[in-house]
Design a protein around this ligand. Sequence first.
Ligand SMILES: O=c1ccn([C@@H]2O[C@H](COP(=O)(O)O)[C@@H](O)[C@H]2O)c(=O)[nH]1
Length: 250
Amino acid sequence: MASVDRTTLASGPAERIILALDRGTADEALALVAAIPELCWVKVGLELFTAAGPGVVRDLRQRGLRVFLDLKFHDIPATMAGACRSAARLGAELITVHACAGSEALAAAQAAAVEGAASEGLGSPTLLAVTVLTSWDPDRFHQELAITTPLAAYATELAAMAAAAGLTGAVCSPWEVAGLRVAHPQPFALVTPGIRPAGSAAADQKRVMTPAAAVAAGASQLVIGRPISGATDPAAAFAACCAELQGAPG
Ligand SMILES: O=c1ccn([C@@H]2O[C@H](COP(=O)(O)O)[C@@H](O)[C@H]2O)c(=O)[nH]1
């Protein structure tokens, strides 16, 4: 196990970057985090959690990392509540739920997460309401989902509903973050995936921005995966993202 005190190493820009560990095995994920000692936050998503199970969250926490559990729960209220209670008991500090599940489910999830964390003597996690996935191209979003509300307005409505249900954060693309920040000042968390340093491939992401531009627009934290994890030198790629954020406001 890496004997690195990440709480003293990680400060400023490093705390704003959440590395997406989209890996097939726990060993691969742990090797990646070991290569980046300044790393503070990691995101465990569907791929890694399905392959490795909850033990990987405990392993990452044992290494001093803060965990964003991004399983994007979307179900009936009782199931959402149970899932969020379990996620909070694991020690995840950020947990995603789909805003589309509705206010009753979001409120139940929020209450259960607080209760689950308290039962383990942990601080309450922040539930993040996923608004509109960053992989949606606006035209396809309207055509395929038959939603006529402009995408940004739709995201605004979902975030407002989540906030009214008691959530204190949302996931949105960097394109919507400035508008959402007006409606939801700090400390409301606005976490943005769809981050692409200049010159990196967008791949399946459609609504993207550079790290500096996303923070300038109002993002509190950035999720970055492939531009770092797929780099020849992930530590250097992480350091370059941190350098880009040096001196950023907020
Ligand atoms: O709207 C969303 C919500 C979540 N994600 C997740 O973020 C990372 C992004 O990875 P990249 O490699 O930087 O594209 C990934 O784990 C997604 O599941 C998102 O992209 N968009």
